[in-house]
Design a binder for this molecule. Structure first.
Ligand code: FNR
Length: 339
């Protein structure tokens, strides 16, 4: 089976919506909301874009027939809902142009929507331009996936050029760039380094949902490195790590988002918007296109309710929400000097 098809199938098989760090964050209930539901505005803005909902479809696939079918449906969902969407890594189509249509279908289905083209940090500025051109991208996502590459039998083994590539791309592209993890989270040191080379937006993409070390381990015939299945920081921890940089860099969050309440928690911890991969893929493969669109619309309605419950009229207002972290998170913050 093609690697991209294996990723889709294993991500679906391993999809879990069990407990994760979002459950370690609780809102304090106050009895007086002080606002009406029709005053609530769940829209968000970052990198010069505005969206009617504070969540988006994060990078997933491309590069096979099955991936083309899924990208077609993801493109339809994005068009119908007005959501931002990212392609899967376009590297395969840069190397083999016959695979281009499996990515371009997303633009075909969603001609005027905001699409981010996705590449890895080992690719060059020229590759970034090719990826953008291929899908007429409005922006670029560059993914960081060191643990995945190491566990992947055929994975990359040279990582010394990543920062140089990112710096070159950020300095020379005219479209916005998001540097993202792929489910392993970010530390404050990583964010500070990215800030120092001119990066304006990160997606901390933490653990708690899709695990690419688990997926790659399942593709290894022997010598599983399963002790790395749970590697990385959770999305909540990564957001806490990002707090002192949030005024200087747009912080997006993804990883382990199972329900609308998780989105509100991520926004309250400073994310400008929240990416979802595994949960949307699972919906689409289990229930089909129409139900997935209805599911997303349901989340938009739930967000209206949750903002009202918290007494917050806008996404930015969520930053002043009263929340409590459980002792594990407090311990992390104390150990890392996060106040
Ligand atoms: C991904 N993800 C991903 N990320 C990326 O930057 N480039 C890629 O090509 C892919 N490919 C991919 C395939 C599949 C099937 C899945 C489910 C995910 C990672 C994704 O964007 C996200 O960072 C993580 O999956 C964590 O979010 P969830 O899945 O827990 O919501």
């Amino acid at each position: 089976m093609n690697r991209k098809d294996e990723h889709l199938s294993l991500a679906h098989t391993f999809h879990r919506e069990n407990k994760n760090d979002f459950d370690q964050v609780r809102f304090i209930h106050h009895s007086f909301s002080g606002i009406s539901i029709d005053e609530v505005d769940i829209s968000t803005s970052f990198l010069g874009f505005s969206f009617k909902q504070p969540f988006y479809i994060n990078a997933m696939t491309g590069g096979s027939q099955q991936a083309e079918k899924i990208n077609q449906q993801l493109g339809m969902i994005a068009k119908e809902t007005g959501m931002m969407i990212a392609t899967g890594s376009i590297r395969s189509a840069i190397k083999n142009p016959t695979l281009a249509s499996s990515f371009q279908i997303m633009r075909k289905e969603n001609p005027t929507g905001v699409i981010f083209a996705n590449i890895g940090a080992n690719l060059s500025l020229d590759n970034a331009k090719q990826a953008l051109e291929l899908v007429e991208g409005n922006g670029l996502q560059i993914h960081l996936n060191l643990p995945q590459e190491l566990v992947m039998p055929e994975g990359e083994r040279h990582f010394s050029n990543w920062l140089e590539n990112i710096a070159d791309i950020v300095a020379n592209l005219s479209v916005p760039v998001i540097v993202k993890e792929v489910g392993f989270g970010m530390s404050s040191e990583t964010i500070e380094t990215l800030l120092s080379i001119g990066v304006k937006a990160v997606d901390v993409s933490g653990n708690g949902g899709t695990s690419f070390t688990q997926i790659e381990n399942a593709r290894r015939l022997k010598k599983e490195l399963s002790f790395l299945d749970d590697w990385g920081q959770s999305t909540v921890v990564s957001l806490l790590e990002s707090v002192s940089y949030q005024s200087q860099i747009a912080v997006l969050a993804s990883g382990g988002v199972r329900q609308s309440l998780d989105i509100v928690k991520a926004l309250s911890l400073g994310a400008k918007s929240v990416g979802i991969s595994g949960t949307i893929l699972n919906q689409l493969l289990t229930n089909g296109l129409e139900e997935t669109i209805a599911f997303i619309q349901q989340w938009e309605e739930e967000l209206q309710l949750l903002y009202t419950l918290l007494g917050k009229k806008t996404t930015a207002d969520l930053l002043t929400t009263d929340l409590i972290l459980t002792s594990d998170l407090i311990h992390w913050c104390e150990s890392r000097g996060i106040s």
